[in-house]
Design a protein around this ligand. Structure first.
Ligand code: UD1
Length: 364
């Protein structure tokens, strides 16, 4: 039996661990435990996702909460170490690129516990993004590198990681999307918000570079407010963004901009399915809109997920009003070339991860 410790900490981790826990749970030679670091702790940022995605209750919650990067990372390191020493797992599985990911990978590697990273190899080549540092460090520490898109394989090889450690398995986040799409369609969120399929926009913003500086946020909000004069725009607001957004919108004419608290997984998925356009600075939403075929405008200067642009419906707008305005116009124009799905974004990525881990466990 291979004993695996899974780690989740922040909202974008939860839809990635859900299919992994399921696939590992149904594999005869794998047993799993789950640690929640507590990086995200609000009802709408954490518990709701466990409920909707039927993720088992964590075996332990480290309760680290918010803080500076150093504080948050240090607290996870400090609190995961005794858990690793007590449970002595054969493998720690970390997902994504949040502070909890890198902290648990580091603690495990220092104790000689092998690490598997799911969503390895993605690179924005922008070290001003905290997530890029987390990705590079986590991959450097990982024994098994599970990659979601082709560019990830190339990036890891270019960094000198041995080919036999790299496994191109597809996208576990898309496993969750495909598994829950039908349930999401039964949500009444459109009625609740008074909007009609195909006739509204959706916005999410939470990157520190976009929302922490009042000037940057105003620059980004300009074209979004213009868009909201043409069609309703729903903006589920991340807790980091809320105070800055309220300040930036004070005195502005909000058009039909509807700001709401963070939504659960199913309601947000339903919202994306029916959207005419999605504007975001999230990584995962670039992937989800690609699979849903919904035009996406990414409010960033780079993306670590190039398949969403090469194959999907995503376009990089930059962070200036001019760039965002242009990208919105292009995204609202009639669809151009036919789009295709990135390879292996087929709903079976987690099963591939479980198969590789089981074989790795037997070979040890
Ligand atoms: C984190 C991840 C980011 C991910 C995002 C998704 C890192 C470095 N960043 O950013 O990659 O895209 O999650 O949400 O790990 N807060 C609450 N309630 C919560 C959680 C946070 O109110 O449940 C507030 C706190 O004021 C906190 C702030 O949000 O200080 C930021 O939270 P934090 O976990 O530091 O980073 P995120 O911006 O959420």
């Amino acid at each position: 039996m291979t004993r695996v410790l899974h780690v989740a900490g922040a909202r974008p981790n939860f839809m990635k661990i859900a299919p992994l826990l399921q696939a590992f749970g149904s594999h005869p030679s794998l047993t799993s435990r789950l640690v929640h670091t507590g990086q995200h702790y609000d009802e709408t940022m954490s518990r709701l996702f466990f409920e909707e995605l039927e993720i088992p209750r964590p075996d332990v919650d480290l309760g680290v909460g918010s803080g500076t990067h150093a504080q948050q990372t240090a607290l996870v390191l400090q609190r995961i170490e005794p858990v690793l020493e007590t449970w002595k797992p054969d493998l720690v599985v970390v997902v994504g690129d949040v502070n909890s990911t890198v902290a648990c990978a580091l603690a495990a590697a220092k104790l000689g516990v092998p690490v598997a990273h799911v969503e390895a190899g993605l690179r924005s080549f922008d070290r001003s993004m905290p997530e890029e540092i987390n990705r590079v460090v986590t991959d450097a520490l990982s024994d098994l590198l599970f990659v979601s898109e082709e560019a990830g394989v190339q990036n890891l090889l270019a960094e000198g990681r041995p080919a036999e450690r790299i496994h191109f398995v597809g996208n576990v986040m898309i496993d969750t999307l495909l598994a829950h799409r039908d349930r999401a369609m039964r949500s009444d969120v459109l009625d609740r918000l008074g909007i009609v399929d195909g006739s509204y926009g959706v916005v999410t913003l939470h990157r520190p570079a976009n929302v922490d500086d009042a000037g940057n946020l105003r620059e980004i909000l300009g074209p979004i407010l213009e868009l909201s004069e043409r069609l309703p725009v729903v903006f589920p607001v991340h807790p980091r963004t809320r105070p800055r957004l309220d300040a930036a919108l004070a005195g502005a004419t909000p058009g039909r901009l509807v700001t709401v608290d963070p939504l659960g997984y199913l309601e947000f998925l339903r919202l994306m399915v029916g959207a005419r356009i999605v504007l975001t600075d999230s990584g995962g939403i670039q992937e989800e809109t690609t699979v849903l075929g919904v035009p996406c405008v990414t409010i960033r200067n780079n993306t670590e997920r190039p398949a969403t642009i090469a194959l999907g419906t995503n376009r990089l707008a930059g962070t200036t009003s001019v760039g965002i305005r242009t990208a919105i116009a292009e995204a609202l124009a009639p669809a151009d070339a036919a789009r295709s799905l990135p390879p292996l974004w087929d709903g079976h990525a987690a099963a591939r991860v479980a198969t590789v881990v089981a074989a790795w466990g037997k070979a040890r």
